[in-house]
Unconditional design. Sequence first.
Length: 342
Amino acid sequence: MFHPKILVSLLLLILPVVVLVGFSEVMGVRLIDRIATTLCINLILVLGLQVFMGNSGILSFAHIAFMGIGAYTSGVLSMPLQMKSMALPDLYQVMVAIEISPFAGIIVGGIAAALVSAVVSYPLMRLSDAAAVITSFALLMVLHTIMIHWNAVTNGPRTLFGVQSATTLPIAAVAAILMIVVAMMFKESRAGILLRAVRDDEVAAGAIGANVSRLRWQGFVLSALMAGIGGGVWAHFITSFSPQAFYLKETFVILGMLVIGGAATVSGAVFGTFAVTALFEGLRATENAINIAGIFSKTLVGLTEVVLALSMIGILILRPGGIVGDREVGAMPVIRKFFRIR
């Protein structure tokens, strides 16, 4: 059972997602529904990154590659048989006759991402600091190259089409809420506590019996599982995509959400996702309005990415721990006083 203050934190983190769904349903505007669904999917991915990066202190660039594994696995396995023969004419015969439900595909996609990460990552978990970051970037490049050239399964660098549309806002919101619970459970588990001990002092943690490589490996595999599930949910929302969707640009956005909110806490992941999404949508509306008016149309292309980069720089300079810092929302003094938590 969770400590009361952790339960309060969970409720406070789940509440914005519930409010978002309610607001979208009341408004009944398709654009708002799409923005809200995208936010929930991004929240799944940011929470997955937080599970490893926030608890281990090691930056992982490979996170988005596992999203791609989940997306392709779920999309291909749940694709209708007639569409599969058109979209993937060179698909392996053993996979041609397989057609599972999109929701089963999402789960299988998450498991596939976790299995791949379990196989390739264990030797890498012995690394720390810059070596670990560089290695994770190399892993991203390797997996991205495989996705580009594996024509039989991914359609190569071309767009894969024909994926079933199954993801709705309520489904994405339920998945996001479950990931909030999973991220909090891992953080408060023995493995999560020991992993943070390794993050703070690897030598001291090893001296008390912490298996550094295994703890990092457990966090990395769980992170990949969550990314794979997020990829499956995203695939059944967007329905057509190419390997370029799982590379540097998306990595930068997800990383920016976590850094701005605060990587050390689940609250930071949630807050950062909401804050950056609101910032992005406001900037995109501004950029579109200016481009339509024909003013500075060439100089303002990519305004959202520039502002996100500047925001990350500002946060890292002024508040290295992110906006939320190292405390979950339920542990903040004002909220503790309101709920009378001791």
